[in-house]
Design a protein around this ligand. Sequence first.
Ligand code: ATP
Ligand code: MG
Length: 391
Amino acid sequence: MHQLKDVKTIIKRLNEHGYEAYIVGGFVRDYLLNQKNGDIDIATNALPETVKSIFPKTILTGVKHGTVTVIFQDEQYEITTFRKESHYLKNRKPESVFFVSSLKEDVKRRDFTMNALALTIDEKIIDYVDGITDIEDKTIRTVGNPYERFSEDALRMLRAFRFVSTLGFKIEKESLIAITNHKELIKNISDERILKEFENMMNQKYFVQAIELMIKTDFHHALPILKNGIEMIHKTKIVPVDLFEFLTICAVCGNFQQIKTLPISNKLKKEMGIVYDMFMLGITDFTKPIIFRNGLRNCIFTNKLNVYLKQTEDKKEDIIKQYKQMPIHKPCDLSFRGDDILKLYDRKPGGWISDLIDEICLKVLNDELPNDKVKIKEYLHNLEKKDKRSE
Ligand code: ATP
Ligand code: MG
């Protein structure tokens, strides 16, 4: 977590060397809104090599774009030289950046007026773009012409929706029309970046408003894999709390195979597959074996999908009650292990062991067998005798 007092020390050090430096970006916006922001960005007229020479510990990851990361009190702070951007390639990356000498020039490249403010170490705001008025009016407005700014970098459209979700601001009229007209440009943005913005949008106070504006601008039509999910969220008012829930909604309302092509972890895909299957199979009765096999969270989420998308009765309380009553929650909770089974049988290890463990788990979950080593051993003995008799 960045500390304001440490940032002030960093800025003072730059000042002592004769350079200007300010706090910029989201921290200043949130400072005016009295909201916490643990990410403090610094802008300066010192060139990256100079910044590097002033601070003993730096990382030079973004030097091409003017950013030097300074390590101070074990935290990383990004210091970016005032800059201007050349024309943009494929609606995202500027071809090159030019360093400029004034803050006034630097703020022109920033996306929205609320994000183009600067804060001095005496906590005075410098506002060249009427950002304070827009924050007071709860308005998201591009710095300069919205048509130009969204076509330069199409990600800004999604950032606008993200800020609606976090701040509950409205998008200014002309900017909204520009998004409607330029929505197709989002196709030039990588799936990683798009998903990152959606992830930031989740679990925020004004998520419903963000979805409403996406529908109003038809923006979701430019995101074919996510389109049906967004429409369903709008229609049913289901609120996904994270990317997993959001993408699973998109999968059950659209094409799961396409969702699987997105850059998400295999673990996430596996969990989504579990919920997808339960939802598609129409599971509405979450028995102990079902909860055991599919996991508590997945069952609760499948129930949520059932309630919103199929208008079934809400079983959440019952699922939690069943879960609490379960004598075991994972196969490793069983007091009889694979090794114990191997000792009992004169057979080579193989898939039969996990089949047998599954069978024992089911018996234990259905209260047909206690989770007791001796009793399970007895059960297996009897099972063997029975098998021998039937051979
Ligand atoms: P958060 O509070 O979520 O960190 P933020 O506004 O600080 O929001 P960052 O992504 O941290 O967003 O970017 C820092 C600043 O850099 C922004 O406030 C904005 O001034 C500028 N910025 C970031 N992305 C863009 C962009 N795509 N186009 C123009 N300016 C941008
Ligand atoms: Mg930030």
